[in-house]
Design a binder for this molecule. Structure first.
Ligand SMILES: Cc1ncc(COP(=O)(O)O)c(C=O)c1O
Length: 417
């Protein structure tokens, strides 16, 4: 006989992993508060990294046609879980052409079977971490970084190990990185161009990562969602193109960034069929496949892309220069980005903490930004989590940036204490 009957008005507790995540998520409230404030009328929102210009016209028109043209009605049904074949082929052709990848070379060609279409890089990240790591495994993450790295690592049950990036250039310190590797390390998670710091890994840095991954037998998850946005002399280098790395790398890419279509939720993971088979377990059991008409739109857009991406990378580069100059003139210590969608500025010379400065910018200049407390992962080094760094999204129309610059230039910052 069982004991006392359960209280019919109570429900069982949520899973342990969910409850731990609730307890660990200490910055969610600040983020939500800033998000609501930054979306108020009259605020120039350089907080969240979504474009305020239109995404690829070619992709949108082709997707719209797929949705309404009776001759294309089949495109409104499930596609194969790995992706619509036309998109897998278009991705393969696009990467081989853009990066000069070749069959039999070290930087070997990407075939359609090396492509798994995901629900954005976010799902790609989850499926990769779930495939490559689990309880007892350590995942190395650079700090600061894209907030999902920490939470997703925890959600899959693995242990995040943080390696600090130091300003002003936020380049990785290979000695510090090697010191963080233990026998439990399974995955090195890298991101280039970097969110939020705008650093693009050099060829030498990629070789350094490859050397460590091979020496310590690690997988690499390489988040390259901003691959097409590099500035000046900076170039995008792919870790998968380093000798011996293709087999142990999952590269995450995204139409959110490539074609400025963040709401479409389509991306792709590039790897070997064996590793993608692992990712497909989680992709198949969460979403099954990405939206078919949108995949079609992206296949068409990739097919005609000439590398200019409708002028967006040039626009973002100009935005970085404009905003960087204004912030420097106001006394911020600016890290001029080498690529990506963000610019970071240190508030120390102004005598302000990050959150304090973000709130001042919001209330006095009505410019929304993200403070360091959001994109720095909390660590156990005793460093104040309110780091004196602000992140500005620069994936915006030129007039948006000009308005933000005008407001920031007019603002009176308190005299340094
Ligand atoms: C570095 C990085 N990786 C991944 C993502 C998520 O991309 P997606 O929209 O494809 O899920 C973002 C979005 O901001 C990002 O900044």
């Amino acid at each position: 006989m069982s004991g006392a009957a359960a209280d019919p008005t109570s429900i069982p507790p949520l899973s342990d992993i969910t409850l731990v995540e609730f307890a660990n998520n200490t910055t969610g409230d600040i983020w939500n508060e800033l998000l609501v404030l930054a979306r108020q009328p009259g605020v120039v929102n350089l907080g969240q990294g979504f474009p305020d210009y239109d995404g690829s016209k070619v992709a949108r028109e082709a997707a719209a046609e797929a949705m309404v043209d009776p001759a294309k009605s089949a495109l409104n049904q499930y596609s194969m879980p790995l992706g619509l074949q036309s998109l897998q082929s278009a991705v393969s052709t696009f990467y081989n052409k853009s990066y000069g990848l070749k069959e039999g070379a070290v930087n070997r060609a990407i075939e359609p079977e090396n492509v798994l279409v995901t629900i954005g890089a976010t799902e790609g990240l989850y499926a990769s971490l779930k495939t490559l790591s689990g309880p007892g495994d350590e995942v190395i993450i650079f700090n600061p970084g894209f907030p999902w790295y920490l939470t997703t690592t925890r959600v899959v049950g693995a242990t995040p190990v943080l390696v600090e990036l130091d300003g002003p250039d936020f380049a990785p310190d290979m000695e510090k990185l090697e010191e963080a590797i233990t026998p439990k390390t399974k995955v090195l998670l890298i991101n280039t161009p970097h969110n939020p710091c705008g650093h693009c890994y050099t060829k030498e840095e990629m070789e350094g990562f490859a050397r460590l991954a091979l020496k310590h037998n690690l997988f690499v998850i390489s988040d390259e969602v901003y691959e097409n946005v590099t500035f000046g002399e900076a170039r995008h280098h792919r870790i998968a193109d380093e000798e011996g790395m293709f087999e142990r790398t999952v590269t995450l890419c995204s139409a959110s960034k490539l074609f400025s279509l963040t709401g479409w939720r389509v991306g792709w993971a590039l790897s070997t069929p064996d590793l993608l088979k692992g990712l497909a377990v989680y992709h198949g059991n969460t979403s099954y496949c990405a939206p078919s008409p949108l995949q079609h739109g992206l296949a068409v857009a990739l097919g005609v892309e000439d590398g200019s991406f409708e002028g967006i990378p040039k626009l973002v580069e100009g935005n970085a220069e404009l905003l960087g100059k204004a912030l420097t003139d106001k006394g911020f210590a600016v890290t001029q980005p080498q690529g990506g969608h963000f610019l970071v500025a240190d508030t120390t010379p102004l005598g302000l903490k990050g959150l304090e400065c973000a709130k001042l910018l919001l209330t006095h200049a009505k410019v929304g930004v993200v403070p360091g407390v959001i994109f720095y992962f909390p660590d156990d080094t005793g460093v104040d989590p309110d780091r004196p760094l602000l992140r500005f999204a620069i994936c915006k129309r030129r007039d948006t940036i000009e308005e933000a610059v005008r407001r920031i230039r007019e603002m009176d910052f308190p005299a340094p204490k």
